[in-house]
Design a protein. Structure first.
Length: 482
């Protein structure tokens, strides 16, 4: 959305001009790193060369290259807008008052989800203008490389976890530059949803970036997904090379010369080949031991790596319906088939786990039982474990569960994965065909203001006074959002 010409701000690379959008100044498509093209494809992010004159920052940069999201049937469709050239950008929304009174505002750096395979911080779903105005704070969203361009594990060809390195580069850009946009680099909350939450926690506990993070906002992180084993990651990379017909001493040169479309098409075939019913994790994602994930995130939190930072963490009531609700392979499962899926996670304990949930949900189909188990195993159990460890250390900890179902729930999604996003950003109009949202009315808009207000108070003060602080093993101290 273009507005009136706003102030000109200096960055380390050059000057940018924002746009006045009501009570905020928006700076869209601001480069934080060089375009990852040519020899920089698969490389660690590099500084963006300086530009002369004033760069207009009125349009978001392109998304990182990607195929259609597997959650389109839940969130709604997107028109493809990706381009490898110019994709490493941030978008900044600053209160107009910050440029008038000169008082630095707290900052939220927020990363989108999408299974490390899809998404963009520049989409109108995540427009940070209303959140910035409501909280009198600076909101930043960032793109990062996805799929094989971000997580192809071929150390002889390119950087390990290039996408995670992009995220760290965006955080360092905030440290170095956000003061020029009215933000306070000494009061930075790193947050995100799903893969973005996983990324935010990675930045918060990684020794290389933890000092830049003061608070953490974690929405529906896939905590049941451990970082990918390097051996498994290498095997998937070799399979991708075979699908592309690339081998030999010139592998790196050939991969950098490939049209992006061919790379994405082969990645799609790889995903189809390795996927099993019930799988949520993508074939390429952060690799254990590489930049950003030196060890298991849950183990890092248990060892106190998050100590000294305020934490707000939550899930939705029915996370896994987004993945399983419209999957005929899941919906057609018998009890034996559901047990087979659960055995991959629980081993010999699978029958006992299935029976426990089946007894709790006597009217559920085998698919319904599996969905409830995976909601807990992939999302909720890990969130509660992280909250328990953090709260025991005495740091401020807040936990929510988003329970609001859509008014018209034709797909029986309930409060599914991603359902809270339009409420956080108050961007309901950006989801015109979204089954997870249905037809929002005044009740939903009121909840959006309350949820966004709570998050804003957390970002600006580290406290949500109207919510109870979480204490381990106390379900009464979980804020339910309905």
């Amino acid at each position: 959305m273009a507005g009136l010409a706003g102030p000109v701000v200096g960055t380390n690379q050059g000057k940018v001009r924002g746009a006045v959008e009501g009570p905020v100044i928006a700076f869209r498509g601001v480069p934080y790193a060089a375009s990852p093209v040519g020899d920089l494809r698969f490389a660690s992010p590099r500084p963006r060369p300086a530009w002369s004159g004033v760069r207009e920052a009125k349009r978001s940069g392109p998304a990182a290259p990607q195929a259609a999201s597997r959650l389109e049937r839940v969130m709604g469709t997107r028109v493809p807008d990706w381009d490898e050239d110019g994709c490493l950008t941030v978008n900044v929304w600053s209160p107009r008052a910050a440029f008038e009174d000169g008082v630095p505002r707290a900052v939220l750096l927020w990363f989108h989800g999408g299974g490390f395979t899809s998404g963009s911080g520049g989409w109108d779903w995540y427009d940070g203008g209303r959140l910035a105005a409501l909280g009198d704070m600076v909101v930043v969203t960032a793109n990062y490389r996805l799929g094989p361009l971000g997580y192809l594990h071929l150390p002889d060809v390119g950087a390990v976890n290039a996408g995670s390195q992009d995220q760290a580069a965006a955080l360092r850009w905030v440290r170095d530059t956000i003061a020029s946009f009215g933000g306070d680099p000494g009061s930075v909350t790193v947050g995100g949803q799903s893969a973005g939450a996983y990324s935010a926690l990675s930045l918060a506990v990684d020794p290389g970036t933890t000092g830049l993070v003061h608070r953490v906002l974690l929405q529906s992180g896939p905590w049941g997904m451990e970082p990918q084993d390097p051996g498994d990651a290498a095997e998937n990379a070799e399979t991708l090379l075979r699908l592309l017909g690339v081998s030999g001493a010139r592998t790196a040169t050939a991969l950098r010369a490939l049209p992006v479309e061919r790379l994405l098409a082969a990645y799609g075939r790889l995903a189809t080949r390795v996927a099993r019913p019930g799988d949520i994790a993508p074939p390429m994602c952060p690799v254990l031991g590489g930049p950003g994930v030196p060890r298991s995130l849950r183990h890092a939190v248990a060892d106190g790596a998050l100590a000294g930072k305020d934490l707000l963490i939550g899930t939705t009531h029915d996370e896994a319906t987004a993945f399983f609700g419209a999957d005929p392979r899941i919906q057609g499962l018998t009890a034996a088939g559901a047990l087979g899926v659960l055995a991959r996670r629980f081993g010999d304990r699978a029958p006992a786990v299935y029976e426990e949930y089946a007894a709790r949900l006597p009217r559920a189909t085998p698919a319904g039982v599996l969905t409830a188990v995976e909601t807990d195993a992939m999302f909720r159990d890990g969130a509660m474990e992280i909250a328990d460890h953090h709260a025991k250390g005495g740091d401020a900890t807040y936990v929510y569960r988003f329970d609001r179902r859509p008014r018209r729930d034709e797909l029986a999604l309930g409060a599914t994965h991603c359902a809270e996003l339009p409420f956080l950003f108050n961007t309901f109009e950006a989801y015109p065909d979204s089954p997870m949202l249905g037809e929002p009315g005044d009740t939903e808009r009121d909840l959006g203001l309350r949820f966004a207000g709570a998050v804003a108070r957390f970002v600006t003060t580290g406290r949500v006074e109207e919510w109870p602080r979480y204490a381990p093993a106390s379900a009464e101290r979980i804020r339910r959002l309905v």
